[in-house]
Design a protein around this ligand. Structure first.
Ligand code: F6P
Ligand code: MN
Length: 300
């Protein structure tokens, strides 16, 4: 089934337009990576060095989203201010997740959250989320409130269509892999102990350094991804609106759990557009276990 037909049967015209604008633009972003891989002398609002492709993808997605007339505002990891539109849905995006990995040809991605109100807001006002993976395949992993579906880009003449690859994706019952960001010696104590115990249980480390790429491995094999609280950065690195909340939404829809270490990631209220939070996402049993360990270490 094509993405377009899936959307026609499963959501509103506004959301269909938004998702199709993202899908069509993502093919252009993918094609533009080789010629826009260089760094610029500019920084995003989180202080990260921008690449030409960060700016290209941000500008393209923003323009095409606003052109749908279904978007109330677009906020992005690459912009300090929201861009207004004329519709109802607020879209938060990380237009090119993991762009520092382009030189090494690891997968990169794009993350989108669809919010019902003005931003910033917690993930409780998410009505849908999707992420694109530019890897060995270009895929869209999408939830609009019922289940998680994955579509793959396939060539059709001179263009690409997204075809349904999997429906009702769920974290496998037996967890196999884990991937935690940051330096091990900088992890807070309960995280260090937890990872030691995962290794004793035979889970394998899988970490490529792109949130979307590492998350895919956990969704496919079962396990846990985290960008934990660090001693040097107690609020972690990943941004709530653009990164942790949309991926938490997908996690819940796939039968998993996502926490900031003390409560559901969807409940975390960002005070500003680029606020960060520690994030632990994946198989429900493991995400709840680390939440328990962190809560315990705080109360002693
Ligand atoms: O967006 C931030 C990001 O690039 C994520 O894609 C990734 O999970 C993380 O940073 C990796 O950070 P580190 O190199 O500190 O592990
Ligand atoms: Mn990112």
């Amino acid at each position: 089934m094509k993405l377009e037909s899936f959307l026609r049967a499963n959501t509103t015209r506004d959301v269909s337009r938004i998702v199709m604008a993202i899908a069509d633009s993502s093919i252009r972003v993918w094609e533009a990576i080789p010629s826009n891989a260089g760094s610029l002398a500019a920084f995003n609002p989180s202080g990260e060095k921008q690449k030409a492709i960060d700016v290209y993808s941000n500008d393209l997605f923003t323009k095409e989203l606003v052109a749908t007339r279904a978007v109330r505002e677009v906020v992005s990891e690459e912009m300090a201010e929201p861009v207004p539109g004329r519709g109802e849905v607020s879209v938060a995006m990380d237009p090119l997740d993991g762009s520092s990995n382009i030189g090494t040809n690891n997968p990169v991605g794009s993350i989108f959250g669809f919010y019902s109100g003005k931003l910033p807001a917690s993930g409780q006002s998410l009505t849908g989320a999707l992420f694109v993976t530019y890897g060995s395949m270009t895929t869209i992993t999408l939830s609009l409130g019922v289940d998680v579906h994955r579509f793959v880009a396939v060539r059709s003449g001179s263009r690409f269509d997204f075809e349904l690859l999997d429906s009702g994706l769920r974290f496998p019952i037996e967890p196999e892999v884990y991937g935690f960001g940051g330096a091990r010696r900088d992890w807070i104590d309960p995280v260090q102990r937890f990872v030691g115990s995962l290794e004793e249980r035979g889970l394998k480390l899988r970490y490529c350094g792109t949130f979307v790429g590492d998350y895919n491995q956990v969704l496919a094999r079962g396990g846990i991804f985290a960008y934990p609280a660090l001693r040097s950065k107690p609020k972690g690195k990943l941004r709530i609106l653009y990164e942790t909340a949309p991926m938490a939404y997908i996690t819940n829809q796939a039968g998993g759990y996502a926490t900031d270490g003390t409560r559901s990631l969807l409940e975390v209220e960002p005070a500003s557009l680029s606020d960060t939070s520690p994030a632990y996402l994946g198989s429900s049993s493991l995400a709840r276990e680390i939440e328990g360990l962190i809560s315990q270490s705080r109360s002693t």
